[in-house]
Ligand binder design. Sequence first.
Ligand code: GDP
Ligand code: IMO
Ligand code: MG
Length: 433
Amino acid sequence: MPAIVLVGAQWGDEGKGKATDLMGSDVDYVVKFNGGNNAGHTIVIEKNGKREKYALHLLPSGILTPTCTPVIGNGVVIDLAVLFEELDGLEARGVDTSRLLVSANAHIIAPYNRVLDKVNERFLGSRKIGTTGRGIGPTYADKMARNGIRVQDLFDEKILRQKVEAALALKNQILAKIYNRRAVEVDEVLEELLGYAERLRPMVADTSLVLEQALNEGKTVLLEAGQATLLDVDHGTYPFVTSSNATAGGACTGSGIPPTRVNTVIAILKAYSTRVGEGPFPTELFDANGEFLRKTGAEFGTTTGRPRRCGWVDTVVGRYATRINGVTDFVVTKLDVLTGLDTIPVCVAYDVDGVRHDEMPVNQTDFHHAKPIYEDLPGWWEDISTCRTFGDLPANAQAYVLRLEQLIGARVSAIGVGPGRDEIISRHSLLGD
Ligand code: GDP
Ligand code: IMO
Ligand code: MG
């Protein structure tokens, strides 16, 4: 089987975790290829007649499927304390986590990078990004500056010491002289990192090779993105982005699987829009409708608990996601949240200082000035959470999905009508038919 990529189409929290979990036993490997514990993927499953909720930050969603091998790819940045906390938490709930593989080339979030993320945001004041404060940006910056610490370095103490010394030589100057913080001791960092080495050792693998062999054996590999298209460091609303490539291209560099192996790209699109942190958001609502979406959709961050900014769906963003990722299939999530509205505005284009833009403006200033041009679609009042086929949906809900499909330029293959595993309408297989 070829590889399948799954990405977020908007600003994150579209329901990637649920969509990945949905494919569950049809998939042999689920690979996280970018980001770290800035992500928060929620999965709700039915166990002994009760709904159980899992929030995963660092682990790929496939960890909840017993037949699936979860993989942390080379493109990920790992906070080891969070990794083991998350593994322990799952084990305590009866989930077998022994299959997890971790790339030897993945980078480690060193304790000083957590500190730097927080003090840097404070330093930026009103110009802040609104990061999750997990050390993501400084760790990717180290990776690009060739100052990073990799998983494999934990198994060579001499090299590890040299690398930490080199990193701290500069960072301690910055911490002490710019931020007025205490310097970090080399031994303190070594002690913390080496404390995890033995537990990590059996999980470490050449994951690119493992995945190549799996694909050759006809296995199905799903590459699951953290974050989303507009948070991508190259293609997002820079500088209000995360520091990794969350779009489909990142799936290849972040896993070591070549592009010629990928034939399906699934994008998850929420039926409305949300964003956490700072940055432009043309369809953002500041009125009762925004409050309605936040409340009905329970739009509070899985990772930081921050209230998410809410707005109507933006099909300029959807079209852009189709283009940048080469989307073959969309999963539209949270359609149920829109139930009970008389009309539902859909953003079809932008007005930028009197000029109509049907495509994402390339210029950052234009995007900041973009005013949505809406098409009003009629709403529905029926409870749709029990619908299981497209035909079960009220006519106006069907029309809403079909209009989205037209505007975003790729087929909608599944529709989420609730958080549960079974609360989904499937129109086409997501496995690349
Ligand atoms: P991710 O980061 O993309 O995995 O998304 P999050 O887990 O951060 O946020 C999505 C939220 O929506 C979670 O609480 C999910 O349980 C929930 N969810 C996913 N799909 C649906 C859906 O179709 N309907 C409703 N009501 N909730 C959903
Ligand atoms: P999932 O995978 C939503 C946002 C942060 C901030 C910006 C940069 O659950 O969709 P960072 O800590 O990455 O340097 O923060 O990116 N952000 C997310 N927003 N969902 C996420 O992940 C996010 N990961 C980062 O709020 O605006
Ligand atoms: Mg999330």
